[in-house]
Design a protein around this ligand. Structure first.
Ligand SMILES: [Zn+2]
Length: 88
């Protein structure tokens, strides 16, 4: 398991509109901050730079339950590790 704990019974499957990343998250909501492109603002920015804005790009595609959690986790993990991109 890569995205969520082994005993997860229910999680959300999200897809980011901005960077196209797909991931699972225990938090289930209609939209959330993408962990890949919508990260916590960099606090090292200089005073002349614009304040970073946290944007929520990742939309909930599907709520996964039971075996689906493990299936999607395995597929996404495989894609991330360079195994099989074709399923997407
Ligand atoms: Zn993103």
């Amino acid at each position: 398991m890569y995205f969520v704990p082994d005993d997860t019974e229910r999680c959300g499957f999200y897809e980011c509109e901005a960077c196209g990343s797909r991931f699972l998250h225990l938090q289930i909501g209609p939209i959330m901050v993408c962990p890949y492109c919508g990260e916590t603002p960099d606090m090292e920015i200089g005073p002349d730079e614009e304040m970073p804005v946290i944007e929520e790009h990742a939309k909930l595609c599907k709520v996964l339950q039971g075996e689906e959690v493990e299936q999607y986790d395995a597929l996404l993990s495989l894609a991330l590790t360079g195994g099989d991109y074709n399923w997407i």
